[in-house]
Design a protein around this ligand. Structure first.
Ligand code: CIR
Length: 255
């Protein structure tokens, strides 16, 4: 959670056709771009250099750059998103990664992994199996991470949760923010957890960036528990992202 750079992509107008589990109305490209600009500014205020890639109308979900790649200090890994309309996003982000990393590799094999299913903890990387991340992809990714010297573990994302990180986040300093379903699952062992208050589950997806935790607007109880745990928060609007199941982490690659 100590980062110097981020990569983001401006939301396209085609985000109105973005994937979602439950339809609550289409997001507006224009309104989303305003929220996105506030997000980019917050990353800059947290100390990051932010690459803002141009909107890609051919890929409605392409502003969610977290899903087609994964970044570590050693290099970047191009993933294979687990839904047909998003597979091509990995090729689209390659050049931006090559501009920042000496090493850019593709996940081996033909399995699928969405970056939203990958939770980086201080001492371990958790890979959640989900409707997007399959066993073949998760095993291949875990093996690659092991080659790079990381402990990686594959876990089963609970039913009804799109991505592993939809329901949990690292707050840093050994603390995890998670919904009670995720805490009850036992994934986190005896690590310290902060529980997202019931009825604010969407707010489980936050990001720790250097000295602050970015939290979504409209979830005051979650903000309170994060602050009470000793973290400084910055509140950002994510109303448009939410209509297509997106949250704060999905909107950037941080490294
Ligand atoms: C999708 O369903 O793929 C997008 N509409 C939302 C992706 C959110 N990404 C994430 O949680 N990492």
């Amino acid at each position: 959670w100590r980062f110097t750079h981020a990569i983001t992509r401006v939301p396209a107008d085609s985000v109105a056709d973005g994937l979602r589990a439950v339809d609550t109305g289409n997001p507006s490209g224009e309104a989303f771009r305003a929220e996105h600009a506030a997000y980019v500014n917050a990353l800059k205020a947290a100390g990051l250099t932010v690459d803002v890639l141009p909107q890609l109308e051919g890929f409605p979900d392409s502003c969610f750059v977290e899903d087609p790649a994964f970044c570590l200090p050693e290099g970047a890994i191009l993933l294979r998103p687990g839904t047909a309309s998003r597979e091509g996003e990995a090729a689209e982000i390659r050049a931006a990664l090559e501009a920042r990393f000496d090493t850019v590799v593709e996940i081996p094999g033909d399995g699928h992994v969405d970056g939203g299913d990958v939770l980086t903890l201080d001492d371990e990387i958790l890979i959640g199996l989900s409707a997007r991340t399959d066993r073949r992809g998760a095993d291949a990714f875990a093996a690659l991470l092991a080659e790079w010297g990381y402990n990686a573990r594959v876990a089963e994302t609970p039913e009804g949760v799109l991505h592993f990180k939809t329901a949990c986040s690292t707050l840093g300093e050994g603390v995890i923010l998670a919904t009670n379903v995720m805490i009850d699952s036992g994934f986190f062992g005896d690590r310290k957890t902060v529980q997202v208050p019931e009825d604010e589950e969407y707010a489980a997806n936050v990001i720790r960036v250097n000295d602050v935790v970015l939290v979504p607007e409209g979830y005051p109880k979650t903000r309170d528990v994060v602050e009470a745990a000793g973290f400084k928060t910055v509140v950002l609007p994510t109303h448009e992202a939410r209509k297509v199941d997106g949250g704060l982490s999905c909107l950037s690659l941080r490294f």
